[in-house]
Design a protein around this ligand. Sequence first.
Ligand code: PLP
Length: 406
Amino acid sequence: MRINDNFEKLPESYLFSTVARRLREYKEAHPDADVIRMDIGDVTVPIAECVLEAMHKAVDDMGRAETFHGYGPEQGYDFLRNAIADYDYKQRGIEISADEIFISDGAKSDLGNLGDIYSEESIVAVADPGYPVYADTAVMSGRAGEQDADGRWSRIVYLEGNAENGFKPSVPDVHADVVILCSPSNPTGAVFTRAELEAWVEYAEREKAIIIYDSAYEAFVTEEGVPRSIYEIPGAERVAIEIRSFSKTAGFTGLRCGYTVVPAALKGYNKDGEEVSLRKLWNRRQTTKFNGASYIIQRGAAALYTPAGREAIKRTIGLYLENAKLIRRSMEAAGFEAFGGENSPYVWLKSPEGEGSWDLFTKLLEEKQISCTPGVGFGEAGEGYIRLTGFNSPENTMRAMSRFVK
Ligand code: PLP
């Protein structure tokens, strides 16, 4: 059997496992060190009571013949799809119907799986810095080309974020078929404005491209006027797929549930240039390769759409946002240039003395016993930056920040 050679092209280790290894080594060498994890990309607040109750009940359903659930619909249960269509879209004035919503076992799977429905020849555009999954899945599927000495792939279009554009890349002057955008951004915390998204929708229309809009952190958008969905932009339903997740919204990182919106109006083109419905292709892909998310978990997710669920989300997101705000304020006071930390759990910080990302990682670990994520792990344009997150407890966040007070 010949392997998929693209896997051998992938960089040796994944960013987060390298950070974990470096931390392990440091702790082995300094067993008494009180290291505070400010690199956490996982949530820490446990699952809300109303979600637990819904899941307990769903577990009981599974034990009785009358309420037992075997294979569910591959697209997800109507009780959850309807709740999403109503609360996340209709009540916000957006026309997305339940049959355009596909329940998933999380955003990461679908980010990779969507590659099944577009051509192997597709030119993929990703943000740099950006969530590493976008480029790595392009490599695995053979769409990335070859890697140069700087770590950049020949067939990927890099959408560079920098201090000047506030880490919100503008449309490129080259063609791409698939543009992956993330807002609020991991790792920079940047959020696109309406005008910026309008420019992306125009670009996609002009280039006959599609946008994959990763809004896994949508729940962190609290500022009036900042778009929470790309479908707030007229015409976006013709060019964009939206990916959402309950992971960061409601602590589902271990439960696994999210959803992907593929609007009925969204079209791709076949080899003869004829329009083809992407919803139809995605439905075909899901019914062949996916047997649906767990009934119990979907019942838990549906509980998030009750008043108690909404309240719990608001409380938890509020706590993470307060942490992020404190981080941003404290780090600015300590002389760092900061981005994000508003409408996002992530704070993106520039090295004050021009150190490289990994040098700053080492310095913070050794001098402050604080762990961070090196920005260069999110792409070349992240060199010289680090990412801190608001996902630790308020107590630990305060303790960590007090170490920067001179
Ligand atoms: N998209 C972004 C930007 C993320 O940061 C993450 C997780 O960290 C994901 C997607 C994956 O989310 P999920 O847990 O739903 O797979």
